[in-house]
Design a protein around this ligand. Structure first.
Ligand code: GDP
Length: 296
């Protein structure tokens, strides 16, 4: 995960190690390398610049790298703290309080919504001991219903589906009713995605959201799409004001830009990261742990 970014950041601290006295020039060189590393990881230049400005302020101010016994190590710590802040600081959990709690899953087609729905059901059942109902709301892709049926079987969750019904609002409302009558704690509503953002899709997801008034709305996005991921996250947020982001495919050859800049750009926390196709490849997102991982 983020191997390239980790390598480049490691290289950025090189000018601050060794026997020679550290000068402001060394610090400036290091900052420049950090900025380049972030831009190469697909972080927007403005965000990267602001990031290194903050690091500079700390490094030459409160935490004075020039006087440190181990300036390189101190710089790593400052960068780690700032990366944690950039990714949201605190971990923000999913809200599953409700009777039942309704969780709406939105995103583009292929982003990993259906896979994530299965994983989330498994996580809530096993880690949080909740009874979960999965709802097949992707009415355009018949294969999506089959896919969710298979995943529900794998994770041992019940599924609500109506293959003949093409009205996602109706399906979701009936699923919630079924959940209430049968004492489910959580209803996860998987929805249809399209290959790109279009008005019809936005209207539909917005209608579903309004009709079911979910306790939690999660936006699922493929981290491999870099800056596009962040742009799509912004467009969806303007329309459905979701509660959190799920970054998928972090196991792939992703550069890291989406993970680093989505909170800054959209203002919503990343809540989960998905790291594979298997049902247990899901992690709750902790900004500090991710920062630590990036810096190796
Ligand atoms: P949807 O159209 O948004 O419901 O997307 P799917 O859940 O069908 O996922 C699209 C493809 O991405 C499938 O082949 C999934 O197996 C795959 N996929 C989903 N999440 C991940 C992930 O975290 N890592 C990897 N490597 N593949 C994933």
């Amino acid at each position: 995960m983020f191997d390239n970014l980790s390598d480049r950041l490691e290289g950025a601290f090189k000018s601050l190690t060794g026997d020679n006295r550290i000068t402001e020039i060394n610090v400036a060189t290091s900052l420049k390398e950090i900025r380049r590393a972030l831009v190469a990881a697909d972080v927007n230049y403005k965000i990267a610049k602001e990031f290194t400005d903050k690091v500079k302020e700390k490094a030459l101010g409160t935490e004075n790298v020039l006087k440190a016994v181990k300036p390189g190590q101190l710089m790593v710590k400052i960068v780690q703290d700032e990366l944690t802040e950039l990714m949201g600081g605190q971990s923000v959990g999913i809200n599953v309080k409700g009777d039942p709690a309704v969780v709406l899953i939105a995103g583009l087609q292929g982003s990993g919504k259906t896979t994530f729905s299965g994983k989330l059901a498994k996580y809530l059942q096993e880690k949080r001991k909740l009874k979960v109902l999965l709802t097949a709301g992707d009415v355009y892709r018949p294969a999506a219903i089959d896919q969710l049926t298979v995943l529900a079987g794998q994770v041992g969750a019940e599924i609500y589906k109506e293959p003949e019904n093409k009205n996602p609002v109706e399906i979701a409302l009936k699923a919630i009713d079924h959940a209430r009558k049968n004492k489910f704690d959580v209803v996860i509503v998987d929805t249809a995605g399209r290959l790109s953002v279009d008005e019809k899709m936005m209207q539909e997801i917005s209608d579903v959201r309004q009709a079911i008034n979910p306790n939690e709305t999660l936006f699922v996005v493929d981290s491999m799409t870099g800056q596009d991921a962040v742009n799509t996250a912004k467009v969806f947020n303007e329309r459905i004001d979701y509660d959190g982001v799920v970054l998928t495919k972090l196991d792939g050859d992703t550069r890291g830009g989406a993970a680093l800049s989505v909170k800054y750009t959209v203002g919503k926390p990343i809540k989960f990261v998905s790291t594979g196709e298997k049902m247990d490849a899901l992690d709750v997102f902790y900004p500090d742990r991710m920062a630590q991982r990036i810096l190796g």
